[in-house]
Write a protein that binds this ligand. Structure first.
Ligand SMILES: [Zn+2]
Length: 139
């Protein structure tokens, strides 16, 4: 058994998620939807998690969403995060429906955050990646 490298985020690019990363590098957040049942989701999968149909399609998100919940990390559980604490980890529900794990920029300790807060996409270059983060629309 190998020990995972925790010095940076474990991002495995493959044929399934390549469109997701490509869209982010172009300033867009894309999610998948199913032509058979209409379900929409993230992260990328080869089959619809609702009906298992193959060949999901990609579509761009509006970038708007709502804050569902969050936690604040005061301890770094990986070396690459030691200079980041405290920071928040949030669940955001996109206006189109998919939920994703992200961060809310500018509120490291969760101050001013509330459930249902309107958020908007703010793609941030970090760890050599274009990452989907969010800011409060009221900021
Ligand atoms: Zn489906």
């Amino acid at each position: 058994m190998s020990i995972p490298d925790v010095t940076r985020p474990d991002i495995t690019r493959n044929a399934t998620n390549a469109p997701y990363w490509s869209a982010l590098s172009q300033g867009r957040l894309d999610f998948q939807h199913c032509r058979a049942c209409g379900h929409q989701w993230l992260p990328a999968r080869e089959n619809c998690p609702n009906c298992l149909a193959a060949d999901p399609q990609w579509q761009p998100a509006s970038g708007r969403g709502k804050l569902v919940s969050w936690v604040v990390y005061h301890k770094a559980y990986a070396p690459h995060l030691e200079d980041r604490v405290p920071y928040n980890v949030a669940i955001v529900e996109l206006a189109e429906g998919p939920r994703m794990i992200s961060n809310i920029i500018g509120h490291p300790e969760g101050q001013g955050l509330y459930i249902g807060a309107d958020v908007e996409l703010a793609i941030a270059r970090d760890f050599g990646l274009d990452l989907p983060r969010f800011r409060l629309q009221s900021d």
